[in-house]
Design a binder for this molecule. Structure first.
Ligand code: NAD
Length: 253
């Protein structure tokens, strides 16, 4: 099997890290995107099996930095076959983002912060990556959330951003199919990562775990396995789908 060139955003930790590891284990070359010091990303690059992995950096809220980052990844990997739009933010320090109790300016600031990364950032990465897939085909997998279907009362911007990401994926699945580019989405519920550490601690965590008949939340590797399949050559017919990846959670409520 030939090695593919894969860009994973937000790959230095959590779900993105597991996704990067899964592609590398399958023999692909991975561009590990991050926006921090690069320490975690470099460590991951050294740990991944296989050769040719690279580390790339950008704040996804900065469209010009996104363009430079995607071009850099494609140049160093020798093109791009797969994009995984994984990077995302839930909300500032997980603090609620209410309609009442915060100023209009604060409402807007928090709204922009989430939308600029989760939706506009992903759209910009997608535009840039698609330029490199044109003529060779490709796969794009978006990491959305169950919040896209059920809303996020404490983080309305998050729910809206993920619903927008679902619609973006469906729109582009149609628009890009003639170019041999398939676009699919996974929508997990709770996954054990830094994003959910606080939620899963204490009594709240027990309630969340009880929402699944398996009595637990997802492991990042379980999300990575679905992403990996949706990005495979055999998954073209899954283009346009949104995979509700939730361990039978929420079916009883
Ligand atoms: P995480 O916080 O560990 O990872 C998020 C990653 O996105 C980090 O590497 C972070 O640096 C990066 N990122 C955030 N803002 C960025 C920006 N402006 N520019 C560049 N990178 C940025 O959390 P995670 O749980 O691994 O989340 C990964 C994805 O999965 C996110 O899109 C999240 O919304 C989604 N998700 C997570 C869960 C969950 O329960 N953990 C559930 C559903 C969906």
């Amino acid at each position: 099997m030939t090695s593919r060139a894969v860009l994973v955003t937000g790959a230095s930790r959590g779900i993105g890290r597991a996704v990067a590891a899964r592609f590398a284990a399958g023999g692909d070359r991975v561009a590990i995107h991050h926006r921090g010091s690069g320490e975690l990303a470099e460590r991951l690059r050294a740990e991944l099996p296989g050769d040719g992995h690279v580390v790339v950096r950008a704040d996804l809220a900065d469209p010009e930095a996104v363009r430079v980052m995607v071009d850099d990844a494609a140049a160093r990997l020798g093109g791009l076959d797969v994009l995984v739009n994984n990077a995302g933010v839930y909300g500032e320090r997980n603090a609620p983002h209410p309609v009442f109790g915060a100023s209009y300016a604060e409402w807007q600031r928090r709204w922009r912060q989430v939308l600029e990364t989760n939706l506009t950032g992903a759209a910009n990465v997608t535009w840039c990556a698609a330029q490199h897939m044109r003529g060779r085909g490709g796969r794009i997998v978006n990491v959305s959330s169950r919040g896209a279907f059920r809303g996020e009362p404490e983080q309305p911007a998050y729910g809206a951003s993920k619903a927008g990401l679902n619609a973006l994926g469906q729109s582009l699945a149609v628009a890009l199919a003639p170019y041999g580019i398939a676009v699919a989405t996974v929508a997990p519920g709770f996954v054990e990562t830094d994003m959910t550490t606080e939620h899963l601690a204490g009594e709240g965590g027990a309630t969340i775990r009880a929402q699944s008949p398996f009595g637990r939340v997802a492991r990042p590797e379980e999300i990575a396995a679905a992403v990996h399949w949706l990005a495979s050559a055999e998954a073209e017919w899954a283009s346009g789908t949104i995979v509700d990846l939730n361990g039978a959670s929420y079916l009883r409520t």
